[in-house]
Ligand binder design. Structure first.
Ligand code: LLP
Length: 427
């Protein structure tokens, strides 16, 4: 099994050298627990796999996966760059010490004010439409400004329809067919286009779509190089590398994956006589997904028409199961050796029937006050959480070599309304 699960000698879940039960005692539930060393290992494994075959390689962490400041600081210290999709992500990255040239901004449907903000912060703009290009030319001085374009490589893949970002149904990027024209227009407007970007989707464990996307993106880049005279400083193939969520899924063989894709990249560079641009990749999930668990407490066990294990978190805490029907492996953190005895539904505390973490899940006997660990919660977990049902946001704890530090306080009730204003006539 390729899931990241460790057990200590008390038969409790071990998270980066810390005991899950001790964490619950100190910080309560629900709490996201992040393993610092796992993030560092994931980053280095990823970086080393590709840079071994192509040294001019950079990793841009897709921080939409997890913008916890400690997580981003860890990746900053490793030398990682940032893929940002909103002015807020640019702001956070700058505040943490990422310089503008380490931030690639890939927004879609962004306003003039947002374009101007990102430009003024020094981030590199990856433009998603001709509309944005023309508007940008009016609000900044285009002369010599280095920009990039996102293209739709007409290849799409992902763990769910919502997570496929290439192909005819996708709102992202410019069409390959118009690329020469768009890069030429950018030049005419005074810009210096130096990059091309594509991203086909998220949660992909099959290497095949990546190959097709590299091929297609490079064919577009080659044409743009030859026909619009663009010398590429970088080509960015986006993110999307999946991680195993179920016990049957296997980790991608990253070394082989890198070897094959870099060979293809080099072949295409040669075919189109494109020199040696830097290769960028933008992993989000791969770097942080398996580095966190969500610890929750069992508060009720109900025998109804089905058996429900009720916990003190819900889709406001971790949306993926409700939104994408995503599988997250769940273990009893305080009795890791307990044998499987039953099939149950694991339900959250939101007032909606769809608020389930698992349906028909094989589990051991579970009792009130047991601690469940919902695994692989590090990517698109906390960042997609909300205050729905007026539930305060969970706390986050970072484990470093076995030592626990609170890195986000649990919200208080006051946080639920402190930005609201009651007009005077209602006071
Ligand atoms: N680059 C771009 C332009 C992206 O849009 C994304 C993800 C990534 C990189 C990183 O993809 P990753 O390596 O993490 O797969 N909420 C969904 C995932 C949405 C991904 C959106 N874009 C989920 O929980 O599965």
């Amino acid at each position: 099994m390729d899931l990241n699960i460790k057990v200590n000698d008390k038969n409790h879940l071990d998270i980066g050298g810390a005991d899950a039960c001790d964490i619950v005692e100190e910080f309560g539930t629900p709490t996201y627990v992040i393993d610092e060393n796992r993030i560092r290992d994931n980053y280095n494994r990823f970086y080393n796999a590709f840079s071994k075959y192509y040294p001019d390689f950079k990793v841009f962490y897709a921080c939409k996966a997890n913008t916890n400041l400690a997580v981003m600081k860890i990746l900053e210290s490793e030398g990682c760059c940032i893929d940002a999709v909103s002015p807020g992500e640019v702001h956070i990255s700058k505040m943490l010490g990422f310089s503008g040239d380490r931030i690639l901004f890939t927004g879609n449907n962004i306003t003039n004010d947002e374009l101007k903000f990102v430009h003024d912060e020094g981030a590199v703009l990856n433009i998603d439409s001709v509309s944005a290009l023309k508007r940008l030319a009016k609000i900044v001085d285009p002369e010599g400004l280095k920009i990039s374009f996102r293209v739709n490589p007409m290849v799409g893949a992902g763990h769910h329809d919502h997570c496929i970002t290439g192909g005819v149904m996708s709102k992202f990027g410019i069409m390959g067919l118009e690329a020469v024209e768009v890069y030429s227009l950018a030049k005419k407007l005074g810009f210096t286009p130096v990059g091309m970007h594509s991203h086909i989707g998220s949660g992909i464990l099959d290497p095949e779509p990546f190959k097709l996307a590299i091929e297609s993106t490079m064919d577009i880049a080659g044409k743009v190089h030859q026909e619009a005279g663009i010398d590429f400083e970088f080509v960015d193939f986006g993110g999307g590398v999946g991680i195993p969520y179920t016990p049957d899924e296997k980790l991608l063989d990253l070394d082989k994956f890198a070897e094959i894709n870099i060979a293809l990249f080099k072949e295409k560079l040669e075919e189109f006589d494109m020199a040696t641009p830097t290769m960028y990749l933008e992993p989000g999930r791969y770097l942080v997904g398996d580095a966190s668990v969500l610890l929750v407490s069992v508060n009720s066990v109900k025998e109804s028409y089905r058996k429900f294990i009720g916990v003190d978190a819900g889709f406001h805490t971790l949306l993926r199961p409700a939104m994408y029907d995503s599988y997250h492996h769940i273990v009893v953190a305080n009795r890791m050796d307990a044998p499987i005895t039953q099939k149950v539904d694991i339900a959250g505390n939101v007032c909606e029937s769809g608020d389930l973490f698992a349906r028909d899940r094989l589990m051991p006997d579970v009792e009130e006050n047991d601690v469940l660990a919902i695994l692989n919660a590090g990517a698109y977990g906390f960042t997609m959480s909300s205050n729905y049902n007026s539930r305060p946001l969970a706390s986050e704890v970072l484990i470093t070599d076995g030592e626990a530090n609170l890195v986000r306080e649990r919200e208080r009730f006051e946080d639920l309304y402190d930005k609201q204003i009651i007009p005077s006539h209602l006071k």
